[in-house]
Design a protein. Structure first.
Length: 395
C-alpha cells in the first residue's frame, strides 16, 4: 500500500505541473503578455488551445519520456511562434524539457538537448520576428538553453552522488552487522570450549575422588573424608568457573564488540595441580627461564592445554607421576606434559575418541595462535603432549 502511494505521488505531481504550465500559458496568451514589439498577434483559436493541451500532456510525461518531450515542446514552441499567437510564455516550455533530460540522462544528453533547444529557439525567433529581431534576443535564447541544461546536469549529478553514497553507507552498515554477528558466534564458540574444558576437568577430578572415597570408606574413613573434602573444593571451584564463563556469555550479548576473557591463567597453575595430587598422581613442575606475564590469549590457552592434558592423565593414563615443563623462550612459551602410565598411548587415544574434544581441542587452541602441537606415546614410555605458543608481544 505504501509503495503504491509513493509510486502515485510523482505522477500526480507531474500532472499538476503540466496543468499549471498550461494554465499560465493560457493566461499569458489571454492577457497578451509578451515583448512589446510584437505587432498584430493572431487571436487564440482551437489550434492554440490544442497546442496548450499538448504542452500540458508533454510536461506531465517529461520524466517518463524526456527525449520525446524535448522534441514535442520545441515543435510546439516553433509552431506557436510561426502562428504569431499572443503571449510568449509557452515558447519557454522547452527549457523545462532541456532541464529534465539533463537531470535524467546526464550531461551529454543535457548538452545535446541544450543545443537542440537553442537551435529551435533561433529558428522560432527568426520566424516570429523576421528581419526585425531585437538585438540580444538570440544570445539570450542560447544562454537560457545552456543554463537550463547545466542546471539539470548539476541536479542529476547530485542525485547520482546521493544514491551512490546511500548505497555505500548501506553496504558498510550491512558489513558491520555481519562482522558483529560473526564476532558473537566466534565468542560463543570460544566460551563453549572454555565451558567444556572446565566441566570436563571438574567432573573428571570429582569422579576420581569419589572412586577413592568409596574404596577407602570402609577401611580408612579418615582418608575418605579427605576425598570428600577434595570433591567439595573441586566442585565449588568448578561452579565458580562456570558462573564466570556464563557471566561472560551474557556480557557478550549486551556488548558484542567488547572482547571478554573467561577466567584462567598460569597464575592458577598450583590450584590446577591439587586435584592431580589428590588422585595419587605426583606432579613435577619445572620452569625453565624467567617466568613473565604473557599475552592474555596465550596465557589462557596455555592454562587450558595444561588443564586438559592433566585431566586425561588422571582419567586414563593410570600414571604415578606426571612431568610438567614450562620453558619461557624469548619469542614463545613451550609446554611439555609427560606421564609414566603403562597404557598412556591407548588411554589418551581413547580420551580423544570418546569425547571428540580432548587432544583435538588442545590442538585447535595451539593452532589458533599460530603455535605447534604434538601428542603421542613417548619412546621412553608414557604419553607426551608438547606445544609451543608464540608470544609476539614480547619477541
Amino acid at each position: 500500500m505504501l509503495s503504491t502511494v509513493r509510486a502515485a505521488a510523482p505522477i500526480l505531481t507531474d500532472a499538476g505541473v503540466g496543468v499549471g504550465v498550461a494554465a499560465l500559458s493560457l493566461a499569458s496568451s489571454l492577457t497578451g503578455v509578451g515583448p512589446p514589439w510584437i505587432r498584430s498577434p493572431r487571436p487564440l483559436d482551437a489550434v492554440a488551445v490544442g497546442l496548450i493541451g499538448v504542452v500540458a500532456g508533454a510536461v506531465a510525461l517529461r520524466r517518463r519520456y524526456p527525449t520525446s518531450v524535448l522534441v514535442v515542446l520545441n515543435a510546439v514552441a516553433l509552431a506557436w511562434s510561426a502562428a504569431h499567437y499572443p503571449g510568449r510564455l509557452l515558447t519557454l516550455t522547452p527549457l523545462i524539457a532541456c532541464y529534465t533530460i539533463a537531470a535524467r540522462r546526464g550531461w551529454r544528453w543535457g548538452l545535446a538537448g541544450a543545443g537542440f533547444t537553442a537551435l529551435t529557439a533561433l529558428v522560432a525567433i527568426r520566424v516570429a520576428f523576421g528581419a526585425d529581431v531585437p538585438a540580444g534576443t538570440s544570445g539570450i535564447a542560447v544562454l537560457m538553453a545552456a543554463t537550463a541544461g547545466a542546471a539539470g546536469a548539476a541536479v542529476g549529478y547530485n542525485r547520482a552522488l546521493l544514491v551512490a553514497t546511500r548505497a555505500q553507507l548501506g553496504r558498510e552498515a550491512q558489513t558491520r552487522e555481519e562482522q558483529a554477528r560473526r564476532r558473537v558466534v566466534e565468542e560463543r564458540l570460544r566460551i563453549a570450549r572454555e565451558l567444556h574444558d572446565v566441566i570436563g576437568h571438574t567432573m573428571a577430578s570429582i569422579s576420581v575422588q569419589a572412586g577413592v572415597g568409596i574404596h577407602l570408606l570402609a577401611t580408612r574413613p579418615g582418608q575418605a573424608v579427605e576425598a570428600l573434602s577434595t570433591i567439595k573444593r573441586i566442585s565449588d571451584q568448578g561452579l565458580t568457573d562456570v558462573k564466570t564463563i556464563l557471566g561472560v556469555l551474557r556480557a557478550a550479548d549486551d556488548e558484542p564488540d567488547r572482547p571478554r576473557t573467561p577466567r584462567g591463567g598460569l597464575e592458577q597453575l598450583d590450584a590446577l595441580l591439587d586435584p592431580v595430587r589428590a588422585a595419587r598422581v605426583q606432579p613435577r613442575l619445572t620452569v625453565h627461564g624467567s617466568a613473565r606475564p604473557l599475552p592474555a590469549a596465550v596465557d589462557l590457552a596455555a592454562y587450558r592445554i595444561l588443564q586438559e592434558a592433566l585431566t586425561n592423565v588422571v582419567r586414563h593414563a593410570r600414571a604415578r607421576t606426571v612431568q610438567l615443563d614450562l620453558r619461557y623462550e624469548p619469542a614463545q612459551l613451550v609446554i611439555q606434559i609427560r606421564d609414566d602410565g603403562p597404557a598412556a598411548g591407548s588411554g589418551h587415544a581413547g580420551t580423544n575418541g570418546q569425547d571428540g574434544h580432548g587432544i583435538s581441542g588442545m590442538r585447535e587452541r595451539a593452532l589458533a595462535l599460530s603455535g605447534q602441537f604434538t601428542a603421542g606415546p613417548h619412546p621412553a614410555g608414557g604419553f607426551q603432549v608438547r606445544c609451543a605458543l608464540p608470544t609476539p608481544d614480547q619477541a
